[in-house]
Design a protein around this ligand. Structure first.
Ligand code: CDP
Ligand code: CDP
Length: 226
């Protein structure tokens, strides 16, 4: 298959990672979860008792504790110095502070460099907030996934239920809206649809429907690029 890069951006819980993983598998591409990288830095800050606003120390942590991805039977694992932190970076303390860390331009510069390196050989499906605008402005396919805040909170609520995690729908919705606001209003690379991205409103769409929509856009691009 002709290798291209696919950038998938959008707000929290719009389905980016679910859709990106399936497309990467179907196309034999590599999936990269850039949110996991910002979460890992936040996790490191908690572990090393570094303030979420201490940019110099956070950059030092990134340099000293490289973040890597590994394919396992259970999907993609996120590693810091060989330790699997895939679960740890999803804990509420990380989720509720990650937007503060990801607003720092020095932190972003380090992680963007690493992300561009991963995508240099093409055949990458990368999801995040600024992939189409900043990380891979030349990506052949750019998708901006959205869904209403109530639908996204419902999805997260269901996901937690399935995992046996207790949560409150109203709190989840408020947290999602708060993170959307911080991510969209920061100075460096705010969450924003790239001018040449295709908007896909997934409210009321099943995962399969979203996958088919995005894959058809990508297939058309790959055919034309041959
Ligand atoms: O999966 P969920 O939507 O909850 O979030 P995520 O994709 O894991 O991203 C966590 C946080 O990292 C976001 O709320 C952003 O603050 C930040 N992020 C970012 O700033 N830029 C990216 N390319 C990816 C994530
Ligand atoms: O990566 P992001 O935060 O954008 O979202 P996600 O973690 O991929 O999706 C959040 C939840 O919504 C997951 O439990 C997905 O299974 C679910 N989902 C859905 O119900 N319908 C969709 N069209 C997309 C995702």
């Amino acid at each position: 298959m002709h290798k291209i890069n696919i950038a998938i951006d959008g707000p929290a819980s719009s389905g980016k990672s679910t859709i990106a993983k399936i497309i990467a598998k179907d196309f034999g591409f590599v999936y990269t979860d850039t949110g996991a990288m910002y979460r890992s830095v936040t996790y490191l800050a908690i572990q090393h008792q570094v303030s979420f606003t201490d940019e110099a120390s956070l950059i030092e942590l990134i340099e000293n504790y490289p973040i890597t991805f590994k394919q396992t039977d259970r999907g993609q694992a996120v590693l810091i110095q060989g330790e699997d932190v895939s679960e740890a970076i999803r804990q509420p303390e990380v989720t509720n502070n990650v937007s503060e860390v990801s607003a720092l331009s020095g932190v972003r510069a380090q992680l963007v460099k690493a992300q561009q390196k991963i995508a240099a050989s093409k055949g990458v499906v990368m999801d995040g907030r600024d992939i189409g605008t900043t990380v891979l402005p030349q990506a052949e396919v750019k998708i901006f996934l959205v869904a209403s805040a109530s639908e996204r909170a419902k999805r997260r609520y269901k996901e937690n239920q399935a995992k046996g995690i207790k949560s409150d729908y109203d709190t989840l919705k408020k947290e999602i809206e708060q993170r959307d606001y911080t991510d969209s209003h920061r100075e460096t690379s705010p969450l924003k649809q790239a001018e040449d991205a295709t908007l896909v409103d997934t409210t009321g769409m099943t995962i399969d429907e979203v996958v088919t929509t995005v894959e058809n856009i990508a297939k058309e691009k790959m055919e034309r690029g041959k």
